[in-house]
Design a protein around this ligand. Structure first.
Ligand SMILES: Cc1cc2nc3c(=O)[nH]c(=O)nc-3n(C[C@H](O)[C@H](O)[C@H](O)COP(=O)(O)OP(=O)(O)OC[C@H]3O[C@@H](n4cnc5c(N)ncnc54)[C@H](O)[C@@H]3O)c2cc1C
Length: 390
């Protein structure tokens, strides 16, 4: 052990969760090492995300964590002078079926109890916030105006730089290949190049979580599940909210589809294929654009001439119940798992990072114990699924 390789905390994975976690931990005055396998931060699922950020969930843990994330994203530029591409305008769920209307209206009282700004709008109200939306069969929908969108690329760089300014030691192209555990306590990590020591290690390895669980003799039930996204050429600003379309598309019932117009004018979109594509493959599927084009122009016919610039495929790190895992790893005291962010890890990132920091510092965090326990590794993962889309 030498002083150079010894830290207060090691964060493994510089993604949506790990990069802000390292930054918050350094802000506490801790000596922090952030280890990333890729050549720069944010190259895992983070850069695949389309940047939707909302606190309006139906799960209390996600509401509280994302309220913190929204606070971080919306005040970032004012506090640091750095633009993260924040675009207000909210999230809108247009509704075309009585079943979905009852479901969304049913959770409104709970959402309001948590102080969320969300309301039911009639069809005219929805048509005002989503100009050009198909009116046939439109029953109304919900709008949560304080939610919005952020550039995932800008946010990653902003958190990385702020972290480094605060003293984070960032090592890229240095994947962790093992963990040192002695007498039930974590002592450090091994990379291909070196060994580093710390009494606390945060595992924020996204879609690769399961292999890190194995290295620690633990089971992190996280399965990578591919999703595709794309972006158009810029068009004149016309669409304030990010829209989640849950009505039946040509490919069948279950696939949801969400899109918005980013601060620089491009339409950005993503959809959940009806059949899950499990695994790490990030190659585009040929079915994506035809399905996507049909969904988009069915909902907003005026988008039929939109020029699509680029599509990509990324991974949702899914848990069986759609909730993240945020818990100490059994048998490795001092190792904290912050994995399984599903389709919401970008918006959860700063909130999870704040909770991780409180846990490392040994003080109460954003989540009261009874809510934190819903994210534990020992919970019943077969329990009622939480919504997992972005
Ligand atoms: C198409 C698409 C659209 C999405 N849209 C949204 C959205 O609008 N809003 C939203 O909130 N979420 C969205 N998501 C989900 C979001 O991208 C993920 O939930 C989130 O990025 C997961 O964060 P993470 O930090 O857990 O993982 P990542 O961001 O993937 O970070 C994990 C990091 O760990 C590193 N790592 C892994 N193994 C090792 C190792 N051995 N050593 C060192 N480093 C390692 C990886 O390289 C990676 O950089 C979307 C996802 C996709 C695919």
């Amino acid at each position: 052990m030498n002083e150079k390789n010894t830290y207060d905390v090691i964060v493994v994975g510089a993604g949506s969760v790990g990069t802000p976690a390292a930054m918050f931990l350094a802000a506490e005055g801790l000596r922090v090492l952030l280890l990333e396998g890729y050549a720069s931060p944010g190259q895992g699922s983070n850069k695949a995300a389309i940047g939707g950020v909302r606190a309006t969930h139906s799960d209390p843990a996600k509401i509280l964590l994302c309220q913190k994330s929204l606070e971080v994203f919306t005040t970032w530029e004012e506090r640091t002078g750095v633009d993260v591409g924040w675009k207000p305008g909210g999230y809108c769920f247009p509704v075309y079926t009585g079943g979905l209307r009852d479901q969304l209206q049913g959770i409104l009282p709970m959402q309001k109890k948590f102080g969320l700004d969300i309301d039911w709008l009639d069809a005219d109200g929805i048509a005002q916030v989503v100009p050009g939306i198909e009116r046939r069969g439109l029953l109304g929908g919900t709008l949560s105006p304080r939610d919005g969108q952020v550039s995932t690329l800008k946010a990653s760089v902003a958190f990385q730089r702020e972290g480094q300014r605060l003293g984070v030691d960032l090592h890229v192209k240095e994947p962790v290949v093992g963990y040192a555990v002695n007498s039930g306590k974590i002592e450090g990590v091994r990379t291909e190049k070196n060994i580093y020591f710390a009494p606390r290690v945060v595992i924020a390895t996204g879609a690769d979580a399961i292999s890190h669980g194995r290295m620690l003799n633990a089971h992190f039930p996280v399965t990578p599940d591919s999703h595709e996204a794309g972006i158009s050429a810029p068009v004149k600003q016309f669409l304030p909210p990010l829209v989640v379309d849950m009505h039946e598309g040509p490919e069948g019932k279950t696939a949801n589809f969400y899109f918005g117009q980013v601060h620089s004018g491009q339409i950005i979109f993503c959809y959940t294929p009806k059949k899950a594509f499990l695994g790490h493959n990030r190659e585009n599927l040929s079915e994506f654009m035809p399905v996507l084009a049909s969904r988009l122009t069915t909902l907003i016919p005026r988008l039929r001439n939109l020029l699509i610039r680029r599509t990509w495929r990324g991974l949702y790190p899914m848990t069986p119940d759609g909730r993240p895992i945020l818990d100490w790893v059994p048998g490795a005291e001092g190792a904290l798992a912050a994995v399984g962010m599903c389709g919401q890890g970008f918006m959860l990132g700063p909130g999870v990072a704040a909770q991780v920091t409180a846990m490392i510092m040994g003080r109460p965090g954003l989540l009261p114990p009874e809510i934190l326990s819903t994210l534990s590794l020992s919970r019943n993962f077969g329990a009622t699924p939480s919504e997992a889309l972005a």
